[in-house]
Ligand binder design. Structure first.
Ligand code: HEC
Length: 104
């Protein structure tokens, strides 16, 4: 009986974390990094604030330009270099594109 309860608890825990991962968009790591390093300027959902809005038309186009912006920042603006290793910068590019397309 105890075991059954454990299985049910574990099952609902796992189901819960999968749902959350999907709510975070394509990549949970990117979502976490975004909240940690970007949201204070670009808003929780990319709506902008101190930083530019990531919704609608971006000034930087395509994965290569976005990679450069996130990797190196934009000189003489408040957009900082992220300091992330390349594979994570790639994830952030995908996440920015995800936020960009997501409806409000
Ligand atoms: C201290 C505030 C700040 C932080 C932190 C920050 N940004 Fe920015 N970001 C800006 C500002 C300001 C701009 C607009 C710069 C300009 O005037 O060109 C910008 C521009 C951008 C752009 C270009 C938008 C366009 O239209 O092409 C992208 C993409 C971007 N940021 C992504 C990120 C990501 C991803 C992170 C986290 C790793 C991040 N930013 C962290 C302030 C910030």
């Amino acid at each position: 009986m105890k075991n059954l309860l454990l299985v049910i608890l574990l099952g609902s825990f796992l189901a819960g974390s999968t749902t959350r991962a999907f709510a975070d968009g394509p990549d949970a790591t990117a979502a976490r990094l975004y909240r940690l390093k970007c949201a204070q300027c670009h808003g929780a959902d990319g709506e902008g604030g101190i930083g530019a809005s990531l919704k609608g038309k971006l000034r930087h186009h395509g994965a290569a330009q976005l990679f450069d912006v996130i990797k190196n920042g934009i000189p003489s603006t408040e957009m900082p270099a992220s300091g992330l290793p390349d594979p994570q910068v790639k994830k952030m590019v995908a996440y920015v594109l995800y936020l960009n397309k997501r409806k409000p």
